[in-house]
Design a protein. Sequence first.
Length: 311
Amino acid sequence: MRRTAHLLLVSSLLAGAAIRSEAASIEGRWSLDARGGGDRVHLNLHRSWSEGGSQGSWSWTDDFARSDLRGLPAGPAQEGPVSLTLARDAGSLHLEGRLDHGQGEGGFTFERDTTFVAFLKRAGYATPTDDELLRMCAEDLGRSWIQDVAALGIRGSSIADIFRLRDNGVTTEFVRGLAAAGYGGLGSEEIVRLRVNGVTPEYIGGLGPANGRRWSVEEVVRFRNNGLEAAYVSALAAKFDAEDIVRLHNNGVEASYVRDFRKLGYESASADEFVRLHNNGVSPDFARRARELHGPVTTEELIRLRVNGAQ
């Protein structure tokens, strides 16, 4: 599916200036390509406005099911005037114009669905503008999406949040996966942050707990952006915080390296000590031999032995 959207607002968008008059008609231009003759057609919607010191433009391009556009003639080489309707929960787009060998253009008007507006208000949303309803119609954001957001417990959702979730590729399956991994009840910004940074439910589920708590969204994003495998974090989570785990990883300290030192009795060694041991070439085997020769030795003593040539 091809889908692009563009919204541009120019000038000082003061609180009142950004909201168009509800009495103003929503109108724009459309262009369509149905030359393929298949069950999908390519539709572009565009509109611009200038009101009360505010200027803006909006466009939406997507592949629509042919059956979604009522009144579209069958076949790839349609010609003549057309009157098309795209009806969805948020309202209906009425497209008037002309087709020429499967391509067409013309003007559109948008008619809001008042029952959908009432549904949104009952669901706790502010009264939407016609511009918001037009976008919801074009993007097919209807009752099912709103109900899913409520059922999934996404905190503090607004119509702007609904757009943000959709624009960033957040699906209901993604949010359900997060909840199953112990990350339910997140806000839309947190969900988007995880999504755009490539954090999957599988990744977050593999991290394990952080000393009895769940890792914060920012900690999870930091793990992901630094290339940490979930198993690496899980192996070190009982003893180190997120900052320490990232530092260990970025200095090439393997989880097995830490594990082997702990088996030698270095249970209380800090991340800084492990980094210094590793960066000075002190291996668990070296530490074992040193303890056999010298008895209990500190991490600093191990480093001194190593840099002074002890084998």
